[in-house]
Ligand binder design. Structure first.
Ligand code: MG
Length: 381
């Protein structure tokens, strides 16, 4: 059970919900960090009284310092600020909910400092999974998934006698706003349509990833690292209602599922209270009210990203980092109106295929592969 926490990405969707959960559980907020939103950081700092506040955007540091100058809160900035919060000696747990592979170094730093890591930043494992898992094994740090599917699997795994009992993982996918559309129909979808997710309210990047189903591809990679299961044993089923958050199939073909209302506060809280269970400020699940649960095979022709991620995992090494870097860049370009929707998978595939599958021996090599993938994407637009 978490006593004192450092929250990276405190102003985002996961971060703000985590603060709410921590408040209810009476967990001390030791540090908060965010990308650029100084105004909200100040508000959160005054309310939750952390002793360290960091802003990633260096240019915002003077503004943050000025905003908190009447307090004795320490202010830090840049990647060093994020890492300072990640290894802060006043916290036992680090929630990493920053967006994108910028979360890699803070995760590695928290692992080295032997923190409990509540991981909402899937790009960390997608780009540098082998490094992160090695560091965690070495230091004895603990890793708890916050991503709803991975939290579901983690919950289903509780009480299993050993790894041999586990046959497959079954990730559920909402299908996103474009479920049922053909590739042809995806040609002219707009940014607004892509941002209109049916079940989950999330940040922009993950919402676009959900529309392309790249999110599920990233989650296959994330699950593979977290649970040590190869991609051929990770199935995906489209489940429109987002009530079953994922499942495991055991060696005797019994299937265990975790259900609940689609509210991230449940997985956030479980990562912080594990192995305990506490009251959580979310609605109860009423199956009778929902009436029916539906399931479909995912369409990997129209939504190619999932297939590309499986291929990247099979190739191994830095290929998943390249796919992730290319996707981050491509999503940014799509959100700026620079490329059409279907250009995203095309760019991700090109960068993944251009990457050599060397195993990374350092975070620098991951950052290089990421940068090369982004350059390739820019050169192709
Ligand atoms: Mg998820």
């Amino acid at each position: 059970m978490t006593r004192s926490i450092s929250i990276l990405g405190s102003t985002g969707s996961i971060g703000t919900q985590a603060l709410e959960v921590c408040e209810k559980l009476d967990i001390n907020i030791a540090a908060i960090a965010a990308n650029t939103n100084v105004r909200m950081l100040e508000e959160q700092a005054r309310k939750f009284k952390p002793s360290l506040v960091a802003v990633y955007d260096e240019t915002k540091a003077p503004e943050l310092k000025a905003a908190l100058k009447d307090t004795d809160i320490k202010v830090a900035s840049g990647m060093s600020g994020l890492c300072m919060a990640a290894e802060y000696d006043k916290c036992d747990t680090v929630l990493n909910s920053v967006v994108g592979m910028v979360g890699l170094l803070p995760t590695l730093t928290a692992a080295r400092a032997k923190k409990n890591i509540a991981l909402a930043n899937k790009e960390t494992l997608v780009s540098g999974g082998s490094l992160v898992m090695r560091e965690i094994k070495r230091s004895g740090a603990k890793l708890y998934p916050v991503d709803s599917e991975h939290s579901a699997i983690f919950q289903c795994l509780q009480g299993l006698p050993d790894d041999r009992a586990l046959d497959r993982l079954i990730l559920t996918a909402s299908g996103g706003p474009f479920f049922g559309k053909t590739k042809k129909e995806l040609e002219n979808v707009t940014i607004e349509q892509a941002l209109n997710h049916p079940n989950w309210s999330m940040g922009k990047k993950i919402t676009i990833d959900s529309a392309t189903m790249m999110n599920k591809g990233l989650e296959i990679i994330e699950a593979s690292w977290l649970f040590g299961v190869e991609q051929s044993r990770i199935d995906v089923v489209v489940h429109r209602e987002s009530v079953i958050h994922s499942m495991i199939e055991l060696s005797d073909h019994a299937v265990i599922a975790q259900l609940g209302v689609p509210d991230m506060k449940i997985p956030i809280q479980y990562a912080l209270t594990y192995p305990e269970r506490r009251d959580c400020p979310v609605e109860r699940l009423s199956l009778a009210q929902i009436g029916r649960l539906t399931f479909y095979e995912p369409d990997t022709e129209a939504f190619e990203c999932m297939k590309i991620c499986r291929e990247a995992l099979d190739r191994g090494g830095l290929c998943t980092a390249a796919a992730n870097g290319a996707n981050e860049e491509a999503v940014g370009l799509f959100l700026n109106g620079r490329i059409p929707f279907l250009k995203i998978p095309e760019l991700v595939r090109a960068a993944m295929e251009a990457q050599k599958n060397d195993e990374p021996s350092s975070a620098d090599e991951v950052l290089c592969a990421d940068a090369a993938a982004r350059e390739l994407v820019k050169s192709m637009v």
